[in-house]
Design a protein around this ligand. Structure first.
Ligand code: PEP
Ligand code: MG
Length: 587
């Protein structure tokens, strides 16, 4: 059956490949025997997992659009039937009671056994229900584990992925995305998930990989089968499953055209990033790992505008990197950038980037983690970790120009505490006889409306400001950037957002300090006009976006854009805003 799914286009390009479903059944299932006193609890655990999967299926059914094909409903019906199939349930309970298997082991055993039964069925329709059965078991395992599937385990398992695989998953955490990058980049050519919005950190990592991705595609991991032929259109957010030969031919053509365009962009590598009316713009790169610096340099970045150092924690070991390892990582970036400035952001741990095993006691109950102990709040609650990071940065700064960037500041006392810790780190290095660069520029991220509204105050205390528009939009509009249910309300052009950006830029310019944007807006050509028109001349983005943004900048005149953006800022009524946006798009 051929069908189409829609989601958020989070990483551009077109990928054509075979579906590779990432699900917990591909994990090594933990097998152990329970004691007889644990049998009832283990059975209760299994029933609780069944209940959870039932609720998930109901939620999926509720999400089905009214015009969804009848087959989608049929899938859900089959899954619901299998979930409560009496034979399966009885077999599992027998294994738990008689053999004292843990629930996961019992499920894995049944998966294997029933799998063979399906293979022997003559009726083709019934034989094909094996995939449904596998998916139900996988959902049960996932519910038992209460954790998302680990891609690490997948890439280590015997399922060796072959070329041109497209990853299909319910969700992929930023840490799992990183593991794709570090271990298996060449083997996957596209990503599709059911969860996540276009500025979730999973999307950010997908973009930095330069691999087409569509996130928030409903039911993708339920409807798509292992090995289905898939087209991922990362430009439009469309996923085509089992496309017809004509559609396939059209996309093969489009993919070729897209690649040709990418190749022609490389002609801009040595061209200056200057607007058509002669305004010099600085294009920096965002990186997540030290090895990304090479791609930044090769894409012509004039420096690193944002090093998301918290990703150092998301490597497979999941440990806080020791000071020495951090020093080496920062030094590697500084040396790779060869004299170009490197902006190292202190850990932005928390929300969707909380490293395993480092939950601070007050993060244990965090119903709204994005509003919780995140970024500098978390670092100030873990001063030993922040001090070690600061010492590593000060030491790496001896090898080239480094700036420190502090995420998510909101309160004046946080500024004072952070500066004291920087001072303490300097002292500790000197006492230990370590060579450091004592005079670094220190910048603040403006990513909360409170700090944007207080931008003149921040501009007085810092050497530079960097606007994190991903969070600024999230917090201004009260839209969780990872929640696809409200993704349609995540609007970078909302008048409130534009006013906060404009005010921050004005405050920075008045104070005579540089102001950049390092959120995803900076790397999205759809917003280049508005940002230039607001007076921005410092952009920081994934390296993969640098050339396309440069191409746009070179075709635009900032002077004309400024006047069009003034019109946009003054337009409040929807109709007037529409007209102002139309004018802006024609400058
Ligand atoms: C931002 O919020 O825009 C930003 C750059 O930081 P992050 O995406 O890492 O939260
Ligand atoms: Mg942020």
């Amino acid at each position: 059956m051929s069908f189409i799914l829609h989601g958020a286009p989070v990483s551009r390009g077109i990928a054509i490949g075979r579906a590779c479903l990432i699900a917990p059944a591909t994990l090594e299932v933990n097998r152990y025997r329970i004691s007889s006193s644990q049998i009832e609890a283990e059975i209760a655990r299994f029933h609780a997992a069944q209940d959870q999967v039932r609720r998930e299926l109901e939620a999926l059914r509720a999400e089905l659009p009214a015009d969804a094909p009848a087959e989608m409903n049929a899938f859900l019906n089959v899954h619901a039937l299998l979930l409560h199939d009496a034979t399966l349930t009885e077999a599992i309970l027998t294994l738990i009671r008689a053999r004292r298997y843990n629930a996961e082991w019992a499920l894995a055993e049944q998966l294997e056994k029933f799998g063979h039964y399906f293979d022997d069925i003559e009726n083709e329709y019934l034989r094909e229900r094996k995939a449904d059965f596998q998916q139900v078991v996988e959902q049960l395992l996932k519910a038992l584990a209460k954790t998302p599937a680990s891609i690490a385990a997948y890439t280590h398992s015997g399922h060796s992925p072959v070329d041109s695989k497209i990853v299909i998953a319910h969700d992929i955490s930023p840490a799992d995305m990183l593991q794709f990058r570090t271990r298996a980049t060449q083997t996957f050519c596209g990503f599709i998930t059911e969860r996540g919005g276009s500025t979730s950190h999973t999307a950010i990592v997908a973009r930095s990989l330069g691999i087409p991705a569509v996130l928030g595609a409903p039911l993708a991991s339920v409807l798509i089968r292992q090995d289905d032929l898939i087209i991922v259109d990362g430009n439009e957010g469309v996923v085509m499953v089992q496309p017809s030969p004509r559609v396939l031919e059209e996309y093969v053509y489009q993919r070729r055209r897209y690649l040709r365009r990418q190749i022609s962009l490389s002609g801009l590598l040595s061209a200056p990033a200057c607007t058509a009316d002669g305004i010099q713009v600085n294009l920096y790169a965002n990186i997540e790992l030290p090895e990304d610096a090479r791609a930044a340099l090769e894409a012509g970045a004039c420096g690193i505008g944002l090093f998301r150092t918290e990703f150092l924690w998301m490597r497979p070991h999941g440990q806080a990197p020791e000071e020495e390892a951090q020093f080496e990582a920062y030094r590697h970036v500084v040396e790779t950038m060869n004299g170009r400035p490197v902006t190292i952001r202190t850990f932005d741990a928390g929300a969707d980037k909380m490293p395993d095993g480092y939950a601070h006691s007050s993060t244990e109950y965090a119903p709204n983690p994005a509003l919780g102990l995140r970024a500098i709040r978390w670092s100030l609650a873990e001063p030993r970790i922040l001090l070690a990071q600061l010492r590593a940065i000060l030491r790496a700064a001896r090898f080239g120009p480094v700036r420190i960037l502090i995420p998510m500041l909101t309160h004046a006392q946080q500024i004072g505490q952070t500066f004291e810790l920087i001072q303490a780190a300097r002292r500790q290095c000197m006492e230990a006889g370590l060579n450091i660069e004592p005079d670094l520029q220190i910048g603040a991220m403006i990513e909360v409306p409170a700090s944007a509204l207080m931008a003149p105050f921040f501009a007085k205390h810092f050497d530079f400001l960097s606007m994190g528009t991903n969070d600024l939009i999230q917090y201004t509009l009260a839209i969780d950037r990872c929640d696809k249910a409200v993704a349609h309300l995540y609007d970078p052009l909302h008048p409130a957002v534009l006013r906060l950006i404009a005010e921050t830029l004005r405050s920075g310019h008045q104070a005579g300090i540089p102001v950049s944007v390092c959120g995803e807006m900076a790397g999205d050509p759809a917003f280049t006009r508005v940002l230039l028109g607001l007076g921005l001349t410092e952009f920081s983005m994934p390296a993969s976006q640098l050339l396309i943004i440069k191409q746009h900048i070179r075709q635009l005149k900032q002077c004309a854009l400024k006047s069009a953006v003034r019109g946009l800022l003054a337009a409040h009524e929807p109709k007037a805003r529409q007209a102002a946006l139309q004018r802006l798009s024609q400058v």
